[in-house]
Design a protein. Structure first.
Ligand SMILES: [Zn+2]
Length: 154
C-alpha cells in the first residue's frame, strides 16, 4: 500500500473499522516515510469452507441457504431484516473463523441454533421445530425452502 503523497511503501495501520457490516474494512494508515495519514478501503474476499453433507458428499457452501433459512425462522416478526442480518453475520463469521476448510452441514445448523437461541427465542423455537424433524438435518436449508407454508402450532 503506497503512500499517495510520497510513494513510500511502508505504512502503519493506526485504526481499523468495518463498514457495511462485515463486508468492507476501512483502515487508517500512517506513512512511515513522510508521516502522511490516509485511508484505505478493503473489501473482504470471503472464502468459505466446503460443506460435508450427512451422506458424506461435499458441496460448495451456499450462504443464500443460510439467509433463506433465517428469513423463514424470523417470518413475520418485526424488524426482521435487521435481526436476520445480525444473526447471519454472526453465523458467517463463526463458520469462516472456526472452520476454515471444511464444515459438517449439521455444524452449520448448530451454529445457527446457538445464535438464534441467544438472540430470539421465538425464532429459535421455530427453527428447531422444523430442523429437528428432518432426518437429513444437513439439508435443513433446502428443507426450509419447502416449508414456506409451515405455520407454528399454538
Ligand atoms: Zn508518505
Amino acid at each position: 500500500m503506497r503512500c499517495p503523497r510520497c510513494g513510500y511503501s511502508e505504512s502503519k495501520v493506526t485504526d481499523t473499522r468495518s463498514v457495511n457490516g462485515m463486508s468492507s474494512i476501512r483502515r487508517k494508515r500512517l506513512c512511515l516515510g513522510c508521516g502522511y495519514r490516509f485511508f484505505t478501503n478493503e473489501v473482504v474476499c470471503e472464502e468459505f469452507p466446503i460443506v460435508i453433507k450427512r451422506d458424506g458428499r461435499e458441496e460448495e457452501f451456499d450462504k443464500e441457504k443460510v439467509k433463506n433459512g433465517l428469513l423463514k425462522a424470523f417470518k413475520k416478526s418485526t424488524g426482521v431484516e435487521k435481526k436476520v442480518d445480525y444473526i447471519y453475520n454472526g453465523v458467517i463469521g463463526s463458520i469462516v473463523s472456526g472452520h476454515p476448510e471444511k464444515i459438517k452441514a449439521e455444524e452449520i445448523g448448530t451454529i445457527i441454533m446457538d445464535l438464534l437461541r441467544a438472540s430470539d427465542p421465538v425464532a429459535y423455537m421455530r427453527f428447531v421445530s422444523v430442523y429437528k424433524n428432518f432426518e437429513s438435518a444437513g439439508d435443513f436449508a433446502f428443507e426450509f425452502e419447502k416449508m414456506s407454508s409451515w405455520k407454528p402450532k399454538n
